[in-house]
Design a protein around this ligand. Structure first.
Ligand SMILES: Cc1cc2nc3c(=O)[nH]c(=O)nc-3n(C[C@H](O)[C@H](O)[C@H](O)COP(=O)(O)OP(=O)(O)OC[C@H]3O[C@@H](n4cnc5c(N)ncnc54)[C@H](O)[C@@H]3O)c2cc1C
Length: 568
């Protein structure tokens, strides 16, 4: 079968490109990876390599001519194959090109979280007729019961903690400072509502039809939607994107059904703060809630089954976090297993096995934070044959499932359960549906934990570098040596750690434990994405006084030439 060579999309805003030079002539054999042609845009020049093997049969856009993204610029055939008749539409805009090839393409997105709503908007930008089906609230977990509400609560908790510990920075409170939990809950709702209305507005201006209801597949090209009023409608489409997200996992522990045992969603909307809480699970969600409740004066105990907390984080960093948690008064039990929960009066008794000894911890609430599982129930995936892999929807790098016209994105695929990953996967799925060629890469995904201080990391941990057999070097710069961190007082155990590949000095991991880590990690993400080397970090001027200077110092530390540390 003849293969269309198309004008690639080399950036989110690229609409067209100029072919400055073909490297192959008609009749030349082409192998995968051979340079085909050079494209110039207003921003860059790139050599495009072949993704397929064959013989170059036609050049439709000659040297010096322009073509819109996704337009066919040449034809590749197999040896001896007939050359098809193809016309080129050089004057079309990208939207027109997409429309002519994908005219009136109908796409239904199931789920309106950060995966689904971003995919819907991108599809609409590319000319699709888009319907978004959402059974709950637009914004999904992230906006309603995840990223945003947790950060609203953490913001107030952080200021409260700064103020009550403010004497040594000259902040004296004359009177009592207290947290108005009811007002804080209201503020959380206000922020969430404002953001939700913003997303609904964006869907409206992009002409995305939103239907409230629960979707389930009838066949590969249609779904049934059970609406809120109990009525049902059938929607048909050329393509579907499943973006149904995840929900808290419930472990099989006796007593999890007792009143007072809560999940993260319930923890965000408590009527009042408890006196004490046991958090089962020392992962990202458990650590953020531990910070929140501890900062607000609640006695917190973390019980984690693994020998360390925050399993995805570089071990050196997670040990530092654990030490700080303990200094802050949080009890942390690792290698500890909850065996049962019982009720005693107003309290819950959590039985924990530590080193073969049973311990009982008493608390008013028990927060189950042991992970999340994909939401696939009720979608009728078995009927249409969508492949699941340990409860998660299997997808390729273009976010396509094993069924050609069905894509899946976000938590339901279990790649990295993060909002920004869901959104980027949504863009990749939308672009592939609309005829562009987009792939998801996972080597430069930043992840942040909003503890105090914050944790942020991108790329490989030291343990991963070791287990992958990479010859690596490490530089650690203590934030106690950074002026701006000293001003914020968050100098205890905080650091920037950089891991490089020894052969090329390429940055392969950046880990920050310190103030504003979640903002600073972007430099590390860009460094890994652009395959930057140590030299490129050394020679980048960093503003003073900033915490970001520590990234340059950590890079210098790899070669033991940091200016503001002893380099021992
Ligand atoms: C407490 C907490 C804090 C978090 N903090 C962060 C953070 O700081 N940063 C970060 O990146 N991530 C964070 N996350 C994770 C983040 O929320 C998720 O990764 C993200 O929401 C996943 O997006 P999604 O679009 O895949 O799914 P979701 O946001 O879960 O959205 C899925 C949507 O699909 C709908 N749906 C499900 N089934 C159907 C159906 N059959 N028909 C119609 N609709 C359906 C659901 O109602 C839901 O609205 C946090 C999560 C939690 C729980």
């Amino acid at each position: 079968m003849a293969i269309n060579i198309v004008m690639p999309k080399l950036g989110l805003t690229m609409a067209e490109g100029k072919i400055t030079k073909w490297f192959k002539k008609i009749g030349d054999p082409v192998k995968i990876g051979d340079p085909l042609f050079e494209v110039e845009t207003d921003k860059l020049t790139n050599t495009i390599e072949s993704k397929e093997e064959g013989v170059l049969a036609k050049i439709l856009v000659e040297d010096g001519e322009k073509a819109p993204v996704a337009a066919t610029v040449g034809i590749l055939v197999k040896e001896g194959e007939e050359v098809p008749d193809v016309e080129v539409h050089k004057e079309e805009t990208v939207q027109e090109a997409a429309k002519s090839e994908e005219e009136n393409k109908k796409v239904v997105v199931i789920g309106g979280g950060p995966g689904g709503y971003v995919a819907a908007i991108r599809l609409a930008q590319l000319g699709a007729q888009v319907t978004l089906v959402e059974k709950g609230e637009i914004g999904g977990t992230c906006l309603n019961v995840g990223c945003i509400p947790t950060k609203v609560l953490l913001h107030t908790a952080e200021i409260y903690r700064e103020v009550i510990n403010g004497e040594d920075i000259g902040l004296v409170v004359d009177g009592k400072v207290k947290v108005d939990w009811k007002r804080l809950q209201q503020r959380k709702e206000e922020v969430v509502t404002q953001l939700k209305e913003g997303v609904a507005g964006l869907l409206r201006v992009n002409n995305v039809e939103v239907i409230k209801g629960k979707a389930s597949f009838v066949d590969k090209h249609s779904i049934n939607v059970e609406k809120e009023d109990g009525s049902n409608i059938i929607l048909t489409a050329d393509n579907f994107i499943i973006a149904t997200g995840s929900e808290p996992a419930v472990p099989p522990i006796n007593g999890v059904e007792l009143e007072g045992v809560i999940d993260s969603t319930e923890a965000l909307s408590l009527d009042e703060l408890p006196e004490d809480i046991v958090i089962v699970g020392g992962g990202v969600i458990g650590a953020e809630f531990a910070t929140l409740f501890n900062s607000l004066g609640v006695k917190v105990t973390i019980v984690e089954m693994l020998p360390y907390i925050l399993p995805p984080i570089d071990r050196f960093v997670s040990e530092a976090v654990k030490e700080n948690f303990i200094k802050d008064g949080i009890d942390v039990f690792t290698s500890a297993k909850v065996t049962s929960i019982e009720k005693e009066g107003d309290k819950l008794l959590v039985k924990v096995l530590i080193d073969n000894e049973e311990k009982t911890i008493k608390a008013e609430k028990v927060l189950m934070a042991v992970g999340r599982r994909a939401v696939t129930n009720g979608l009728n995936l078995e009927k249409i044959g969508v492949r699941l892999d340990r409860g998660l929807i299997w997808v390729d790098e273009r976010m396509r499932t094993n069924i050609e016209n069905i894509y899946a994105i976000g938590d339901v695929t279990g790649k990295n359960m993060l909002a920004h990953v869901a959104s980027d996967q949504g863009i990749v799925a939308a672009e592939n549906i609309m005829g562009l060629d987009s792939k998801m890469k996972y080597n430069a995904i930043p992840s942040c934990v909003f503890t105090k201080p914050e944790i942020a990391s991108v790329g490989l941990t030291e343990e991963q570098a070791k287990s992958q057999g990479i010859e690596y070097e490490v530089g650690i710069f203590p934030l106690a040596n950074n002026g701006k961190t000293l001003i914020t007082k968050e100098i205890e155990n905080t650091m920037v750690k950089i891991i490089t590949n020894k052969k090329y000095d390429e940055i392969i991991g950046v880990h920050i434990y310190g103030p504003r880590a979640s903002d600073l990690i972007t430099e590390g993400t860009l460094a890994i994405r652009l395959e930057a080397t140590l030299d490129e970090l050394f020679t980048t001027v960093h503003a003073h006084p900033t915490i970001g200077e520590a990234i340059k110092e950590a890079a210098l530390s790899v070669k033991k030439i940091a200016i503001h540390s002893a380099n021992s």
